[in-house]
Design a protein around this ligand. Structure first.
Ligand code: KIV
Length: 261
């Protein structure tokens, strides 16, 4: 049986020149598929707010929701490193409560937590890592700050990104997500760091890549950012299947003899 990957394995992979695959997972279905595909990291993303909860953004996602999904993903994976995404408000509420919230993720089965931000969260990251909680950083576009940024935007500020990423590395993160960063800037940031970078909309030079499960499988036909590659068209195929089922029920073609006791 495959053993579960650790944060050390992830760092080692990058040091050896290998690439890291990461995907979001929220439920038994996505977690089991990700694990069977041997994706290295299952991120229980706060994107659960937009993908499963039908919200316009991630800001309404709560700790209780994240712990619920983290338990499921941890239960339904054997190999993937499980990272729990700390939701908005769960680490901006004072460091003592933030540590309690991060510990709750580990108790729910996560192997690490992710939080958004650079210099501003570095002291908290240092405290968490000292307490034994592995942390993944996240800089560039940070979806929890949409009311400040005005929405998704490419962050081209190399000096700012470098200092944010270095502050996180210094604080002890084991890896950093770079979201919506020009490829050339992501390349320089990656080269400047010892810890692996994992890109989403950050070009090909990061140590790893992450996409949202539902986006890459084509569940969300109206969401088409430049960085997204769809590997199947689930929405069209599922709609077609449901329409055929409805037509079969209405015409009496289903259930047929072979479906009946
Ligand atoms: O919540 C999420 O899905 C994420 C990834 C896009 C990195 O944070």
């Amino acid at each position: 049986m495959a053993r579960r990957l650790t944060t050390r394995d992830i760092r080692q992979r990058a040091e050896d020149g290998g690439r890291i695959s990461m995907i979001t997972a929220y439920d038994a279905f996505s977690a089991r598929l990700a694990d069977r595909a041997e994706i290295d990291i299952a991120l229980v993303g706060d994107s659960v707010g937009t993908t499963l909860q039908g919200r316009p953004d991630t800001l309404g996602v709560e700790m209780a929701h994240m712990l619920y999904h983290t338990e499921i993903v941890a239960r339904c994976t054997r190999r993937a490193l499980v990272v729990g995404d700390m939701p908005f408000g769960s680490y901006q509420c004072g460091d003592d409560r933030a540590v309690e919230n991060a510990v709750a993720f580990l108790r729910a089965g996560a192997n690490a937590v992710k939080l958004e931000g650079g210099t501003a969260v570095a002291p908290l990251v240092a405290r968490l890592t000292r307490a034994g909680v592995p942390v993944m950083g996240h800089v560039g576009f940070t979806p929890q700050s949409i009311h400040q940024t005005g929405g998704p935007r490419v962050n081209k500020d190399k000096t700012e990104l470098l200092s944010e990423a270095r502050a996180l590395q210094q604080a002890g993160v084991f890896s950093i997500v770079l979201e919506m960063v020009p490829a050339a800037v992501a390349k320089e940031v990656t080269a400047a760091l010892d810890v692996p970078t994992i890109g989403i909309g950050a070009g090909p030079h990061t140590d790893g890549q992450v996409l949202v499960f539902y986006d890459l499988l084509g569940f969300s036909p109206d969401f088409s950012p430049k960085f997204l590659k769809r590997y199947m068209d689930f929405d069209t195929q599922a709609l077609e299947a449901l329409r055929r089922y409805k037509a079969d029920v209405e015409s009496g073609r289903f259930p047929a003899k072979e479906h009946s006791y």
